[in-house]
Design a protein. Structure first.
Length: 259
């Protein structure tokens, strides 16, 4: 990501992926209460079926522990098989209810009913054409976030503030998946129409004021801005905004260079 032109083209491609998936996972449908025990998702970032689950998690503002399972990965795939009996993704584990669940449609319904306390909104229901558009959206990304790359495993999981439809966050999640780096995904979707647009050029002019009582207000209080992606690495004390900076950091700190 050293070439600025290459990086901007990558973000444009990510925006096209968001367009093909109808920009689901950008706006909050209902802010759910975080469960006592963290949800765990065995996930492959470039998989269109995993994407549907992450969209629902963003719509509910639910945080989740991501266990990346790219093709060829050995860090979490065997663990997923021990838990669920097969290497099929997405796989949701919810120790709050004793639930172990495959199939994106079932997981989305479970999340909205259990944590959103409502039926799945029409916008998030499964449609016959979605697998085709979802696969095309992954193809636009060159199937990034599906294939493993050798890496060092961090002692402690990282934390990423993101939301599914964010074109700037997607490249970071892809890289975390490829490197099999576990992380807590803090969903920080937009809570009101006035927040539509990039962090530096929202649709509503003037100073940004988050809605009271939301996750964005808490983030703003700590950082004096709301911008994703934001990565924290407790292993090194690093805290980084900006996709390009985060990608460089992950490659420098965790990727194993081929000789």
């Amino acid at each position: 990501m050293g070439n600025p032109l290459t990086f901007h083209l990558d973000i444009l491609g990510s925006a096209l992926t968001s367009t093909l998936t109808a920009w689901r996972g950008c706006m909050v449908v209902r802010q759910a209460e975080q469960p006592a025990l963290p949800l765990v998702l065995y996930d492959m970032e470039g998989c269109p079926f995993c994407r549907r689950v992450r969209e629902a998690l963003s719509a509910l503002q639910l945080d989740v522990d991501i266990r990346p399972c790219p093709k060829g990965g050995r860090r979490f795939r065997p663990e997923a098989e021990r838990i669920g009996g097969k290497q099929l993704f997405p796989l949701l584990v919810d120790d709050n209810t004793g639930t172990v669940m495959y199939e994106s449609t079932d997981i989305v319904e479970y999340l909205f009913q259990t944590y959103g306390q409502r039926a799945v909104p029409a916008y998030y229901r499964s449609r016959p054409y979605q697998p085709v558009l979802g696969s095309l959206a992954s193809a636009v990304r060159g199937l990034r976030g599906t294939r493993v790359q050798a890496s060092q495993c961090p002692e402690k999981s990282l934390s990423l503030w993101s939301f599914e439809g964010s074109p700037y966050s997607r490249p970071v999640r892809e890289r975390l998946c490829e490197l099999e780096i576990p992380y807590r995904l803090h969903n920080l979707a937009k809570e009101h129409w006035t927040e539509i647009g990039p962090a530096v050029q929202r649709i509503k002019p003037g100073p940004y004021t988050p809605l009271p009582g939301g996750k964005r207000e808490a983030f703003f209080g700590h950082h004096q801005r709301v911008q994703v992606p934001y990565l924290e690495d407790p292993n090194t004390g690093e805290g980084l905004f900006e996709s390009a900076d985060i990608l460089r950091y992950l490659d420098r700190r965790y990727a194993v260079k081929r000789s």
